[in-house]
Design a binder for this molecule. Structure first.
Ligand SMILES: Nc1ncnc2c1ncn2[C@@H]1O[C@H](COP(=O)(O)OP(=O)(O)OP(=O)(O)O)[C@@H](O)[C@H]1O
Ligand SMILES: [Mg+2]
Length: 256
């Protein structure tokens, strides 16, 4: 368990779960690198309790237009750490990582302007960065994926060893979990689990468990619907952890 990705339907709670897992892993003695691979939503740094966003790694390769050139067989230049075969967390230049209390955050890139073109270069950069990222024994990477499944098409999961699918109580979310489970198996991900999120009753949790297990998907744990989490999301504050610490602890017991 070194590189974990968190994916699922839009709004299911991926970024919230990333923040909760990052703190939970840190509390268990890991140094955690959170990788923001979502090219649209800006606020993961706030959810993690940072007061600024790191500069995007995309700028290290000279912007979107340079990504494919940089990672082609014969890179035009090797000035960026991203072209190294192995990238250690310590190699990441200070402007491109924010760090506190053993949690670091890097950001692949964000869409900034209308008509700037598609997000494929960000997908390619996520894939290459995660492939080259070399973690020490006590380090874990947790990747916040964009909503949906396009990242599988771009091969971002090729070096991920555990995929966590966040599933909220909706039929679409269940269907998407089934699809992600199949896609993750196709790229050879070792472990795929789903985390139930926004659970308001035991009945809902067991209904979802049944539905998922019928679809051949293992459930690693469940996180309750907590008004405090919703409130912190509404106000752009760090994700409140107190009410769900037991839920996260159970998930980490299995994951580790
Ligand atoms: N367990 C929970 N209890 C209450 N509210 C939650 C819970 N998990 C997430 N939320 C709320 O649901 C909303 C979506 O959460 P979040 O941004 O984490 O989802 P996401 O899957 O990352 O969304 P996106 O697809 O836009 O990236 C936010 O308002 C968040 O505060
Ligand atoms: Mg998100």
């Amino acid at each position: 368990m070194k590189k974990i990705s968190v994916c699922g339907k839009g709004g299911s709670g991926k970024s919230t779960v990333v923040a909760l897992l990052a703190h939970g892993l840190r509390d268990r003695g890991y140094r955690v690198l959170v990788v923001d691979s979502d090219e649209s939503n800006p606020g993961l740094y706030r959810m993690l309790g940072f007061d600024r966003r790191p500069e995007p790694l995309l700028d290290l390769v000279g912007g979107k237009k340079k990504v494919f050139q940089t990672f082609s067989e014969e890179p035009e230049s090797s000035r960026s750490i991203l072209t190294q075969e192995e990238i250690q967390v310590a190699d990441i230049p200070g402007d491109y990582i924010v760090e506190r209390d053993s949690i670091g955050l890097v950001c692949i890139g964000k869409i900034l302007q209308s008509l700037e073109g598609c997000a494929c270069p960000m997908g390619a950069l996520s894939r290459e960065f995660l492939k080259r990222l070399s973690l020490q024994k006590d380090e874990v990477a947790v990747v916040d994926m964009e909503a949906g499944i396009e990242h599988f098409g771009r091969g971002v999961e090729t070096s991920i060893d555990s995929v966590l699918i966040v599933t909220e109580p909706s039929f679409d979310s269940l269907e998407l979990a089934e699809k992600i489970n199949a896609l993750a198996a196709e790229v050879g991900v070792e472990r795929v689990w789903t985390i139930l999120n926004k659970i308001r009753s035991k009945e809902i949790a067991s209904r979802l468990r049944e539905e998922l297990e019928e679809r051949g998907i293992s459930v690693i744990g469940s996180i309750g619907y907590e008004p405090e989490i919703f409130q912190s999301g509404l106000e752009g504050r760090p994700v409140r952890r107190d009410k769900v610490e037991t839920d996260i602890g159970r998930i980490l017991d299995q994951l580790l």
